[in-house]
Design a protein around this ligand. Structure first.
Ligand SMILES: Nc1ncnc2c1ncn2[C@@H]1O[C@H](COP(=O)(O)OP(=O)(O)OP(=O)(O)O)[C@@H](O)[C@H]1O
Length: 837
């Protein structure tokens, strides 16, 4: 194996602090890079070459200044058609082969008067120039459309309205130029064809628009008034004319050329015609054709502008001379109306021209003199583009009509348009002033129709916009801007109100959730508290049972027994007492005295044993007849026992042992054995009188009274008597044997007591321990009575604690209970001390 050797350290180290920043490849691009598509060859390549090869049509160059002037076209009717005129015309002398008008170029003609007139020097040859275009007699309809209508149509499709009017004498070819024939269609059919042809081209904006067609005529009613008739309407085609307003015009949407041509044919059939000397189908009315282009689903400003585009073509009734037409009667009246309308139309153009020449003179409003001119007011005021086509006859006999018309129309070529139409349209489209439009509807007949159509177009447009946005269109939204604003305002208000309500509901929902959480926590706490309360109740019941079972029965038994004993003892001394209540009263007094004595210790006893003994004996002797005195004396003994010294007790015991209640010679130092014997004797005497007391008092009443009134010391004594009853035989033995048998009795009594009260084991540990501590060192020395008294003390302490809240805190009851316990304790101490001795 080769030994590994580290690489030699280079002499120079280059540290690149700024590593080249390169975007770390994402896992997708590195690990999971999509595999190349298996069918990639199916996706055609982007036709970039084809797109680049498309030649975008350049914008048209700006039109010459002449375009800003009124366009006047001249069309010369061919002479050959004269062979088809009526018989009246044929009857006239014909030098028809000579024409009075000759085409100079496309913009001028030369009008040569007939030879007769030249001879009379009433007329001379004139040249009329300045026409936009002069169509010779052999021109076709397509030439007319191409030169005259095509520019208007382009402007129309670009959103600019325009008007074309045909003027000329009757039979000069106006209707032929406008409508044509099925074999040789005129301007209107050709325009419609061109419209649908461009709409079918996808790249054309025409496809985004909808077209509507309306045709109506204005004629006279017996030469008095003017009436308008809808040539596309159903039923009654008469339109409502209020001053300058035409209402109820039907606008028919046209979706294809066939529908449009059908409508054109329908209108031509309805139009009023009559046979005159000049024309077999002379038009007796002014016919107006409106083609409206509306936007189809686009709502931007440009498209809206296009919705206002209106192409109006007017076929005027030809002015005619009475002599040539030969009209009479109704036809003559129609001729007057037609001539009057033509005259007004001419006046409007002259007025506009004069106004443009000298604006200081003001604009004479001739348009008010006829319904047609009112309807075409905007055009006749120079606000919108319009064009005129003058049709003339080329025959010498038509020289006067042609000369008159050319002389009248020649100045119109100087009419200028100040782009008022565009300004007006922009102003209207910017602000969409519907109120202004309403005013215009009243003042202008063409406006009326246009605005009515515009309103309907707006409805459609709004509907389309709403449909595209997925919203529901409102009829009020379409009808009135005020209602639209109100609806929007209400919608905004309701939407904001709904938002506020929603927020409030959210807040309440959160508060409810918090409250529910609190309720749940409170319920859990309540359950815990209930469990704790149940546990505490169970503990309380156990404690009560533990406290009541071992203590109360024992205490009650002891109390009852002591009460019985004391009462029996008193009864022995006072057999003849009739009032048992005296016993109770005297007992209360005695306890009170004992209390006083205890509060004033050694008041009369402590200073001298002799005095105390004397008083005790004297009282006992004095009250020997009173059964209550026995209790008093007993109480006094117990009270004294609390304060006296063991020395004194020694003096008392011999008296008791001797059984002498009134002994003049009392041993001042009785031995403990003597005291005990004395007590035993008293208990024995009490037991002997027990039956007598039971006869005098009912058991229940007596027990109740004893429970309430007898002192605890008496109860203890009674309990002690029970124990001492067992020892009666032992008491009868010699006193010498008492000391010898004390230990045995004590052990026996202790054992017997412990067996009798096993419930004490259930006492609280503290109490039991305390009791054991007090009891253990004395167990060998105390007699059975002392043990009981010790236990009684403990139980009485508990009883006092329990009884304190029930009774009055100050007063006799507390005074009564305390001496009992103290007396018992004192007696116990005396007994134990004596026993120890
Ligand atoms: N350029 C034309 N080429 C062929 N025929 C024509 C031409 N102009 C007019 N005509 C024919 O002349 C007749 C009269 O024409 P047209 O009805 O159009 O006259 P008009 O001016 O409308 O008369 P009116 O004012 O009385 O209605 C028609 O039969 C029409 O076919």
């Amino acid at each position: 194996m080769e030994e590994f050797s580290p690489m030699p350290c280079p002499s120079t180290v280059t540290v690149r602090r700024n590593p080249p920043r390169k975007a770390r490849a994402t896992p997708y691009t590195t690990a999971a890079k999509p595999p190349p598509s298996s069918n990639a060859h199916d996706v055609p390549s982007f036709p970039i070459d084809e797109i680049l090869s498309i030649q975008i049509p350049l914008p048209e160059p700006p039109k010459p200044s002449a375009s800003e002037s009124l366009k006047i076209f001249l069309r010369i009717k061919p002479l050959r058609v004269f062979s088809k005129v009526t018989a009246v015309a044929k009857s006239r002398p014909r030098n028809s082969e000579e024409a009075c008008i000759a085409l100079n170029d496309s913009y001028s003609v030369t009008l040569t008067p007939p030879q007769v007139l030249q001879e009379l020097k009433r007329s001379k040859t004139e040249v009329f120039e300045g026409f936009s275009h002069v169509f010779p007699a052999d021109c076709s309809q397509s030439d007319v459309y191409g030169k005259m209508v095509q520019p208007l149509l382009e402007d129309f499709l670009n959103g600019k309205s325009g008007m074309l009017a045909a003027l000329g004498p009757s039979g000069s070819g106006k209707t032929h130029t406008v409508f044509g024939t099925p074999k040789d269609p005129g301007v209107v059919p050709l325009t419609l064809r061109q419209i649908f042809k461009k709409r079918d081209e996808t790249s054309s904006p025409v496809s985004l628009r909808a077209f509507y067609l309306s045709i109506f005529e204005i004629c006279s009613e017996r030469g008095k008034g003017e009436k308008a008739y809808d040539l596309l309407g159903d039923g009654s085609s008469e339109l409502s004319v209020q001053q300058s307003t035409i209402r109820g015009l039907k606008e028919v949407p046209i979706r294809n050329l066939e529908e449009a041509e059908s409508l054109i044919g329908q209108a031509m059939l309805k139009r009023a015609t009559a046979t005159t000397n000049s024309n077999s189908q002379s038009s007796r009315s002014q016919c107006i054709i409106n083609i409206r282009a509306a936007s189809d689903g686009v709502s931007n400003e440009t498209k809206v502008q296009s919705t206002d585009a209106m192409l109006t073509i007017v076929d005027l009734a030809g002015a005619e001379r009475e002599k040539r037409t030969g009209n009479q009667g109704e036809r003559l009246v129609e001729s007057n109306f037609i001539n009057n309308t033509s005259m007004v139309f001419g006046q409007c153009l002259r007025s506009l021209l004069e106004y443009q020449k000298n604006r200081k003179k003001g604009f004479q409003k001739h348009h008010q003199n006829s319904l047609l001119t009112r309807y075409l007011r905007d055009y006749l005021e120079g606000k919108k583009r319009m064009a005129l086509i003058i049709t003339v006859k080329a025959g010498e006999e038509d020289y006067l009509d042609t000369s008159y018309l050319l002389k009248q129309a020649s100045p119109y070529m100087k009419i200028k348009f100040d782009n008022i139409e565009e300004v007006c349209n922009k102003r209207q489209l910017k602000t969409f002033p519907r109120v202004e439009k309403n005013k215009k509807m009243k003042l202008s007949a063409p406006k009326t129709s246009q605005i009515a159509e515009t309103v309907s177009g707006e409805k459609n447009q709004i509907t389309q916009e709403v449909n595209l946005e997925g919203k529901k269109a409102h009829q009020t939204y379409k009808s009135s801007p005020k209602l639209e604003d109100n609806n929007e305002r209400e919608h905004i208000i309701m939407r904001n109100f709904a938002k506020v309500v929603w927020n409030v509901l959210k807040q309440y929902n959160e508060k409810l959730k918090v409250a529910e959480g609190d309720i749940c926590s409170l319920k859990e706490r309540l359950k815990n508290e209930q469990l704790k309360s149940r546990e505490l109740e169970a503990e309380l019941i156990n404690l009560k049972s533990n406290l009541a079972e071992p203590c109360l029965p024992e205490v009650e038994a002891l109390v009852h027994q002591v009460e019985v004993d004391t009462s029996l003892a008193n009864e022995n001394t006072n057999v003849g007492d009739d009032d048992p209540c005296d016993l109770i009263e005297s007992r209360s007094e005695a306890t009170a005295e004992e209390r006083n004595e205890s509060s004033l210790p050694n008041k009369s006893v402590v200073p001298g044993l002799g005095n105390e003994e004397i008083s005790w004996d004297e009282e006992k002797c004095a009250k020997q007849d009173d059964p209550c005195n026995l209790v008093d004396s007993t109480s006094e003994v117990t009270a004294e026992g609390c304060n006296e010294s063991p020395v004194r007790n020694k003096n008392l015991v011999p008296d008791l042992a001797n059984g002498q209640e009134c002994d003049d010679q009392i041993d001042p130092t009785p031995s403990p054995e003597q005291v005990e014997v004395r007590l035993i004797n008293n208990r024995l005497s009490n037991i002997q009188t027990k039956s007598a007391v039971s006869r005098r008092f009912p058991d229940s009443e007596k027990q109740e009274r004893h429970r309430r009134l007898l002192p605890a010391s008496s109860r203890l004594l009674a309990e002690e008597m029970n124990d001492l009853e067992i020892k009666d035989k032992q008491i009868e033995k010699p006193q010498v044997k008492l000391a010898e048998t004390r230990d045995q009795e004590k052990s026996e009594s202790t054992q017997g007591r412990e067996i009798e009260i096993p419930a004490r084991e259930a006492e609280p540990a503290s109490t039991k321990k305390q009791r054991n501590e007090q009891k253990k060192p004395r167990r060998r020395l105390q007699p059975a009575s002392s043990v009981l008294l010790t236990r009684e003390i403990n139980t009485l302490e508990i009883e006092d604690d329990v009884a304190e809240p029930k009774g009055t805190r100050g007063g006799k009851k507390t005074i009564v209970t305390q001496p009992r316990s103290q007396g018992s304790v004192t007696l116990l101490r005396l007994l134990t001390s004596n026993l120890h001795l």
